[in-house]
Design a binder for this molecule. Sequence first.
Ligand SMILES: [Ca+2]
Length: 689
Amino acid sequence: MSWSSTGAEPTSSRKLRRKAAAMIATVAAAAAGLSVASGSTAFASAGTVAASTPVVTRAALDPSLVSGRGADVGFVEQEAENAATNGTIIGPGTAAYTLAAEASGRSAVSLTPGQYVEFTLPAAADAINVRYSIPDAPTGGGITAPLDVTVNGHRHKTMTLTSQFAWLYNEYPFSNDPNAGVLHPDWWATECTCVPAATTPTPVFPTPFRPNHFYDEQRLFLGRTYQAGATVRLTVPAGSDAATTTIDLMDSQLVAPPKFDLLAANVLLFGADPTGQRDSADAFDRAIAFAQRTHLKVYIPPGTYQVNRHIIVDNMTIEGAGSWYTIIKGHQVDLSPPAPDGSVHTGVGFYGQDASVGGSTNVHLSGFAIEGDVRERIDTDQVNGIGGALSNSTIDGLYIHHTKVGIWLDGPMTNLKITNNIIVDQIADGINFHTGVTNSIASNNFIRNTGDDGLAMWSEKVADANNTFDHNTVQTPVLANGIALYGGTDNTVSNNLIADPIREGSGIQVGSRFGAQAFAGHVWITNNTTVRAGTYELNWKIGLGAIWIYALEKSISADIEVAGDNFLDNTYNAIMLVSDFPVKDLYSITNVHFKDIKVDGTGTSVVSARTAGSASFENVQARNVGAVGVNNCGSFHFTPAGSEFSLTDLGGNTGGGTTGPWLAPWELPNTITCNDRPPVVPPPPPSPW
Ligand SMILES: [Ca+2]
């Protein structure tokens, strides 16, 4: 998505006051179905966790709370804040522009040189993935710093951490310069509640201005298989250039053996260099041309292959040995003059033909990693991992890292299946179905640390239709939403797990924005779980909802069915329906139906309505509600007839909080209860219902 919004207020977001030590995480069967070492319960606190007690979580929650939702991945996740350490636990905290807020579970461990964090493997593993943050260089551009890995006390390897792909600053489209003044003095800025260029004296904002995108992650083979109970210690060496090294979490897994395919056009036979020294792009093209003539697959064996441009794919199968073994890695290349599509850079990516020339069809990509080199956001650049139009195609088992958007599709196109991919550390979105993508699915993908929406359908010009986002996990989008639908017809978001959105977005957004076609037919939001969403909106200076229905450019009147969803540990509200204040008398939101919902913990309300319209509620159970159950402002006319937004009680709406039942008769159908800024009551951690 393009973001022209401004915005940020680093200090006014509240901090959750509960302590990491209060988090009780039960060691439970791991997400991947692997058995774990112990059935005991552990208290997590710095330096006090018994090294033999691994705490496995999913999105920093007990896995039993999110069973059956999100991606079924091959690794188990352990938060550093639950591991043994002599470092310092940071967080929990949700304030934008802080290390804690961008961490999984809103908490991490900061280490100074000489300090460590130690994880006990909950299951056999031969590989780990570490999510971390190290400081930027004083003038931007990043640094590298070492991290020693020891297993069972034996020195294994030193990882080279980097902040070259982290640390963005300032207003959209962001900057790598920590010392820059405000990029757009003619934009309204929330910090001064003013337009700096039109204000006397001109306000000066402290630098670094709006730092964000602090984290990165890195994979490492351990060289052999270690059994459950082995300890993996991450130690910052005494000589590290990083004043602090922050460890958020570690994933561990047993990686499947490499896949070999002898009946294929092997890129090595066409001159590809598996050492990564020479550019292999032309060799890939030769292998593809041969494979198309002979109706073979293309096979890329284990190795690292340097590719610094798009590989164009059509009617073609390309298989790697697995994303841990076959790595396609590129560096950014300047284009002068710019490409016809406006790009001023290119880089590694697999692209279908453009939809304007018919797109590509019957493309099947699987089993490799794409390692990009994108360090800045330029929305006209096509520097995505996968791009173009890909009909009747599949994308399976890729690892996509350091590209702008992992998978950005420009339709019209139809029938694409995106499955089992890991997309992390992106400058912008994870996956975007842009313009007329139909009958397509993204399922069982794992998305972490996107710089914009994790998963999006953007119906610009032509509606996206009959698509599904199912069983995906989306964690810590540093900007925008976990999952967003911008217009479209008959689309479904189901069985996903969404955690820790940070700013200018929330868990799930249904929005008439960005020039999208109207919502039509149905929108099914089914059986999803969000956690620690419902964040603070920096420009509006109010709390959002974990699900955010937003009529900005059009009314929303499609049949929206929100059913079976769980909204956990909502920082502010669970549900928000809103039209922006300047258009509040133009647009409304109607025909929204909530059914079989569980809301466990809201800092403020269950429902916040700031629009004209209506919604029905059936079997919406809530507990640990921090403010009045329904914050009903309607469209702010406050007439004797009540709010312009009405609620229909279809029964079974139970539970509440300190102010009584969340949906009490006195609130119905449209009692004005408008208070956008009630005191926030941090809820207790989610627990079994
Ligand atoms: Ca963490």
